[in-house]
Design a protein around this ligand. Structure first.
Ligand code: DX5
Ligand code: ZN
Length: 226
C-alpha cells in the first residue's frame, strides 16, 4: 500500500508581520496542510494567536488554482472546548488537543466533531498513548510531539520514534483512516526516519520558514520521503 505523505509547515516560525503572504508562499512551495500552533501561556509557556487570525488566514489557505488547503489547528491550551468550537467556526479543518489539557477528553472530541470537522489527540514526549483505548474510534488524527510544546527550533526527541511505531499499531488495529502526524524538530535529514517509524504527516516550522526558498526545502523533504 502506498502512503500519501503530507507536509504541514507550522506558521509558528513564519514572519508574523506577513502571515497571509507567508501562507500563500508556503502553499505555492508545495505545502499540503497549514499547521496552526495555538498557545495560551497557561498550558505552555508561550502565547500565539486566536480564532480571528485563523479566520483572517482562511481565504489565503488555497492553491493558485483555488483548491482549499486544510488548516491543521494544534491547540496547546487549557481548557479546550470553547476555543475549539471558535476555531471550528473560524475555518479550522482539523483540531487536535492535548488530552491532559481537557477535564473530559471524550466530550472535547465530541465538541470538535459536532462542528463537522476532524478531531485529533496530541501526545507530549512523556505522555503514553493509553487514552487511545477509549478514543481511537472517535478521532481522525494522532499527533506525536517530538519536542516539548511551546517553541519552534528545538531538537528532535528520538524516543518519539518508538511512540510513532506504537501509534501506527493502534491505527492498524482500529482499521480506521487516521492520520499519524509528528511535530517538532523535523528536517529534510530526519524525515525519512520518522516516516519509517510509521508517520504519514510531518509538521515543520523552522526547517522551512526563515529559509531563503521554501520550495527547495519542501522538495528535499519529498525526495527524502521517496
Ligand atoms: C511546538 C509546535 C511545533 C513547532 C515545530 O510547540 O507545536 O509545531 O512549531 O517547529 P519546528 O519544526 O521548528 O520544531
Ligand atoms: Zn504544533
Amino acid at each position: 500500500m502506498t502512503t500519501t505523505y503530507r507536509i504541514a509547515p507550522s506558521i509558528l516560525s513564519a514572519d508574523f508581520a506577513r502571515l497571509g503572504e507567508e501562507v500563500k508562499s508556503v502553499i505555492d512551495a508545495g505545502a499540503d496542510w497549514i499547521h496552526f500552533d495555538v498557545m495560551d501561556n497557561h498550558y505552555v509557556p508561550n502565547l500565539t494567536f486566536g480564532p480571528m487570525i485563523c479566520q483572517a488566514l482562511k481565504p489565503h489557505a488555497k492553491t493558485a488554482s483555488g483548491v482549499a488547503v486544510p488548516i491543521d489547528v494544534h491547540l496547546m491550551i487549557s481548557p479546550v472546548d470553547a476555543l475549539a468550537v471558535s476555531f471550528a467556526e473560524a475555518g479550522a479543518d482539523l483540531i487536535s488537543f492535548h488530552p491532559d489539557a481537557s477535564a473530559h477528553v471524550h466530550r472535547s472530541i465530541q465538541a470538535i466533531k459536532s462542528k463537522g470537522i476532524k478531531a485529533g489527540l496530541v501526545f507530549n514526549p512523556a505522555k503514553s498513548l493509553e487514552v487511545l483505548e477509549w478514543t481511537i474510534d472517535e478521532i481522525d488524527l494522532i499527533l506525536i510531539m517530538s519536542v516539548n510544546p511551546g517553541f519552534g527550533g528545538q531538537s528532535f526527541i528520538d524516543s518519539a520514534l518508538r511512540k510513532v511505531e506504537l501509534a501506527r499499531q493502534w491505527i492498524e488495529r482500529s482499521g480506521r483512516d487516521i492520520r499519524l502526524e509528528v511535530d517538532g524538530g523535523i528536517k529534510a535529514d530526519n524525515i525519512r526516519r520518522v516516516a519509517d517509524a510509521g508517520a504519514d504527516t510531518f509538521v515543520a516550522g523552522s526547517a522551512i520558514f526563515g529559509k531563503p526558498d521554501y520550495k527547495t526545502v519542501i522538495d528535499q523533504m519529498r525526495v527524502a520521503l521517496g
